[in-house]
Design a protein. Structure first.
Length: 85
C-alpha cells in the first residue's frame, strides 16, 4: 500500500457509473476519488464492457484486459504530475 501521512492507501474498486465521463476509485481508507476519464486516453477509448474488465493489483495498480498499460494509484491522485507554473 501507499504510505501517506501514516495512512495506508490502496484501491478497493473502480466504478464508471457514479458520474458520467468519470471514474470513481473507492480507496481503502473510505474515500472516493472521482477523476475524468479524459485524463486517461487509453481508458476513454474502451467500450463500457471493456471498462468493466479491470484488475487491481496489490491495491496500488490497475489495468484492463483490453489494454497493456498499468496505472498506479499515484496516477489518479496526480502525485506524478509536474506542478504547473
Amino acid at each position: 500500500m501507499c504510505k501517506f501521512k501514516d495512512t495506508d492507501l490502496g484501491i478497493k474498486r473502480i466504478d464508471f457509473k457514479m458520474k458520467y465521463g468519470s471514474m470513481a476509485f473507492f480507496l481503502t481508507d473510505g474515500r472516493i476519488v472521482i477523476v475524468p476519464v479524459s485524463m486517461f486516453p487509453e481508458i476513454k477509448r474502451l467500450s463500457r464492457a471493456q471498462r468493466e474488465n479491470y484488475l487491481i493489483m496489490d491495491d496500488q495498480y490497475f489495468s484492463f484486459d483490453a489494454i497493456s498499460k498499468i496505472y498506479s494509484i499515484k496516477d489518479i491522485l496526480g502525485w506524478d504530475r509536474p506542478a504547473s507554473a
